[in-house]
Design a protein around this ligand. Structure first.
Ligand code: NI
Length: 239
């Protein structure tokens, strides 16, 4: 009987302690730094080798559902017939870059051949979108002095490469990205494989749970306070 009474008392004290009002911070009081929001984590998804309607369209749908912006490095010879899709990318807030006209390495090209790959794609994108501020991603990440001199915009490579083209296995791509992802990273994917589209959306859901914000390449560098310069090569947005 006595024992039971002690337990009732203990439970009562416990219940009271939970019902106490939370301690409040007086208005205007300085909040210690460690109590403010942790530094925000920003990351950029980039997709090469599109547009390719069968996979790019579902990707755009999945990104729109999540309100996530990405960056697409497009191949010039795949633009004809895909103008509406490219306009949609642009209108939905994604960033667009050049990935050459024929997906050839740009290294060692003379001025005329370089122009046939990069300027031709730039002109085609300008005609579709009405603006002319495109990033450049040379195929295979191959860069030389000639490319840097003629780029006409920042050269954007990547810091996380899950090699999504290799086995085209969404699970493997997701774990490869999750293993490496840090704030300021640029993730390389290809929106021409269904497995990559699936992996990208799963990565978005998981990394957002971990507090990451998905932004375009421009948004990523802006968030990190880094100014992008034409002809400079970037692998990530970390100072
Ligand atoms: Ni490529």
């Amino acid at each position: 009987m006595k024992k039971k009474r002690i337990w009732t008392l203990a439970l009562l004290i416990l219940a009271l302690s939970f019902s106490l009002p939370p301690r409040t911070v007086p208005a205007g009081a300085a909040v210690p730094l460690e109590e403010t929001a942790a530094p925000r984590k920003f990351i950029a998804l980039t997709f090469d080798d599109g547009p390719y309607r069968p996979t790019t369209l579902p990707l755009l749908g999945g990104l729109a559902e999540r309100g996530v912006k990405a960056t697409f490095f497009l191949i010039g010879n795949q633009l004809p017939g895909n103008e509406a899709l490219v306009r949609r990318m642009d209108e939905e807030g994604h960033q667009i870059g050049i990935h050459t006209y024929d997906h050839v390495p740009l290294t060692g090209l003379n001025k005329k051949d370089f122009s046939a790959q990069v300027d031709r794609t730039r002109t085609a994108l300008h005609a579709i979108l009405g603006h002319n501020d495109f990033l450049l991603r040379p195929p295979f990440g191959a860069v030389d002095a000639g490319i840097r001199a003629r780029a006409g915009g920042p050269i954007i490579l990547w810091s996380v490469d899950p090699e999504d083209w290799k086995d085209q296995n969404a699970d493997a791509v997701v774990s490869a990205i999750l293993r490496e992802a840090k704030s300021g990273d640029i993730i390389l994917l290809h929106d021409i494989f269904p497995s990559s589209v699936e992996a990208a959306l799963r990565v978005v859901d998981e990394l957002r749970r971990q507090g990451f914000f998905f932004v375009t390449v421009d948004g990523l560098f802006e968030a990190q306070g880094i100014e992008l310069k034409a002809g400079a090569v970037y692998h990530n947005a970390r100072p």
